[in-house]
Ligand binder design. Structure first.
Ligand code: SF4
Ligand code: SF4
Ligand code: FES
Length: 249
């Protein structure tokens, strides 16, 4: 809905339904003044500052950098700080809940621990091939290796793709799009020395082969990244490593 339509349909107020409580919580209604250029995070902040200071939610940068403000807005995972109310409110109404596929701590704050544990399981930490005493290894910005690593590098760990992935919903063991996307970035990093171990980790049960390639992660990623393509790359590399006898089935 365009801003001017929203302004004429609902001149002064939004009706906001916010999730309150833990897993057994419920949606609760609030009335929030409608403002020009208002973001969904502004709406949540208004409720916490003016209507109920016990509301729990998470944010930091407000400009799409930290990845901490993601919530479910009218059924879709989004960065709330970069989502304008005018683009998502329906008839002056908003429903805002915690991210799906993660445990709820309280209200709009989810527990990100399972998400980051999967990064660890996918060997998402850089494994240096040199020590601090070695010369720095130059990587030309226009080299094929650097361009390959660049394709997936801008992930800010917001969890939006993870919340949008049906395979995560059906299979809690699945590493998910963000952890696998990170693994693909490191696999393409010529300075990294951990790829055999990383390929074994992402090819194990719950890894890249569990992805159904239905691209919900790509459709929802606010950074316009393509985890589906990263996962397809992992499947190819894992198969090649298996045929060379570097990893076990
Ligand atoms: S891939 Fe995109 S949606 Fe997923 S965590 Fe990274 S930035 Fe967020
Ligand atoms: S393409 Fe794979 S990772 Fe992405 S949403 Fe579908 S199953 Fe999940
Ligand atoms: S508050 Fe940092 S990305 Fe939204």
């Amino acid at each position: 809905m365009r801003a001017e339509n929203l302004m004429s349909d609902a001149p002064s107020e939004l009706t906001v339904s916010l999730w309150r409580g833990g897993e057994q919580g419920r949606y609760q209604l609030y009335r929030v003044p409608l403002r020009a250029s208002q973001t969904v995070l502004d709406v949540v902040t208004h409720v916490q500052r003016h209507l109920d200071p016990t509301l729990s939610y998470r944010f930091a940068c407000r400009v799409g950098v930290c990845g901490s403000c993601a919530m479910t807005v009218n059924g879709r995972p989004r960065w709330t700080c970069r989502t304008h109310v005018a683009n998502v409110a329906r008839g002056g109404r908003l429903e805002i809940g915690p991210l799906e596929n993660l445990p709820i701590i309280k209200d709009l704050a989810t527990d990100m621990q399972p998400f980051f544990e999967k990064w660890q399981r996918a060997k998402g930490a850089f494994a240096p091939s040199r020590t601090r005493d070695d010369d720095i290894e130059p990587v030309r910005p226009d080299s094929a290796a650097r361009i390959a690593a660049d394709a997936a590098i801008e992930c800010i760990n917001c969890g939006v793709c993870y919340a949008a992935c049906d395979t995560v919903r059906w299979n809690p063991d699945y590493l998910g799009p963000a952890a696998l996307n990170r693994a693909w970035t490191l696999i393409n990093d010529v300075r990294d020395a951990g790829n055999t171990e990383r390929l074994a980790a992402v090819a194990a049960t719950g890894g890249c082969h569990a992805c159904h390639s239905h691209q919900s992660c790509q459709e929802h990623c606010p950074q316009a990244l393509n985890p589906t393509a990263s996962i397809a790359g992992l499947k190819r590399r894992a198969a090649a490593a298996y045929l060379r006898g570097e990893i076990k089935p």
